[in-house]
Unconditional design. Structure first.
Length: 257
């Protein structure tokens, strides 16, 4: 990490236990899952190095929450990873788990309303979660694609009550919710757009409307690759200083670096 500006990627997944899910194991329906192979951090570090990415956020896929694994991965590689934990807000131990992951050094919380079965505009569920995130200085990332459970307007409904909690709309609400994601990011100071799984044209549209200060680059490795995401950002944002903000400067500020 010798460059003047750090390149920081805001969204990636790392999974150790695979369970029985075809999605996690890669098995075809009806096939037995492959034998368990422990997660090798060199796989993601190699791809980060190939794209000159200095730091990457890692979190569990929503299909299987592995907060202890993420905590360990970040402790073993503090110069390459920072972690976001994950909870189901409706679980009885959700708030205790947020306290625990914050004490363990994770920097944020990933929420996935669709797979975990709740509407994001539910104040009874989400207000206590955001209140704890504010107390512990955690960033919130909401997995939000074309999704009625967590539309950008629903995310704004909760986030505007907690202006001290930076809240990232993952995938910029792709595809059809992108216009609303841009709208709420424009008018709500603590809402930001994360770029993984988005179209080049949508990143250009967001940049044209918002400028560079409300956009953070994310890859969602291993589903995508760091060099391809950086190429997309480079094509969408040609100004060097603006691109530096999107590729790391904004995230560094949110992390207090």
């Amino acid at each position: 990490m010798t460059r003047e500006r750090l390149v920081i990627d805001a969204y990636n997944t790392a999974q150790n236990e695979r369970g029985r899910s075809d999605y996690l194991t890669g098995a075809r329906p009806g096939e037995a899952p492959p034998p368990h192979v422990p997660f090798d951090p060199d796989r993601i570090i190699e791809r980060m190095d190939a794209a000159d990415v200095d730091l990457a956020m890692v979190c569990s896929l929503a299909q299987r929450i592995e907060n202890d694994f993420i905590i360990g991965l970040c402790k073993d590689h503090p110069d390459r990873f920072f972690g976001f934990g994950q909870v189901r807000p409706q679980d009885d131990d959700a708030l205790d788990e947020i306290e625990r992951i914050a004490a363990a050094g994770l920097r944020g919380l990933k929420l996935h309303p669709t797979l975990h079965g709740y509407f994001f505009s539910d104040h009874g569920l989400l207000d206590p979660v955001f209140r704890l995130c504010a107390e512990h200085g955690l960033i919130v990332l909401v997995n939000a694609l074309d999704d009625p459970f967590c539309s950008p307007l629903a995310i704004e409904e909760i986030a505007r009550g907690f202006p001290e909690v930076p809240t990232l709309i993952a995938h910029m609400g792709a595809v059809w919710n992108v216009p609303d994601a841009i709208l709420v990011a424009e008018r709500t100071p603590n809402l930001y757009l994360e770029t993984s799984a988005t179209l080049l044209s949508d990143v250009r549209r967001a940049y044209g409307r918002l400028g560079p200060g409300k956009i953070v680059m994310g890859t969602e490795w291993p589903g995508h690759d760091f060099d391809l995401e950086r190429m997309k950002i480079g094509k969408a944002i040609t100004d060097e200083d603006d691109r530096a903000l999107v590729e790391g400067g904004n995230m560094a500020r949110l992390l207090g670096m």
